[in-house]
Design a protein around this ligand. Sequence first.
Ligand code: FES
Ligand code: FES
Length: 141
Amino acid sequence: ATQQRSYHERVLDHYNNPRNVGSMQKNNADVGTGLVGAPACGDVMKLQIKVDPNNDTITDVKFKTFGCGSAIASSSYLTELVRGMTLEQAGKIRNTEIAKELCLPPVKLHCSMLAEDAIKSAITNYYTKNPKAKQTDLGGT
Ligand code: FES
Ligand code: FES
């Protein structure tokens, strides 16, 4: 047996025990909501962040994903990753980091892309609601 956990183990752990499933009050000023879909398969991910306006830090994260196991695992892992990050740090997360952590095979790369799109969309939504907050350059993809 190998020391490396396999794709299935990593994905199944998050799939069977997804972290931070749920939703937040979308109308609250300190909540940013991202809702994105994957054109390739029609899967949908909703990701919400709660932000401390004093230091632009993500204090809570919730997600709901209607999609495949890899998409659920990607969003679950992402929620663990971004908690405690500043918006700027969270905006720099790339799907390749998620895919690498979960050992996603190439055919499942777009599932992790959904998670990257979702966090960016949530940050953008937060800034739309809080135009005075410092703008983060989310970069291109
Ligand atoms: Fe079947 Fe995503 S394409 S679950
Ligand atoms: Fe479409 Fe995973 S198969 S998000």
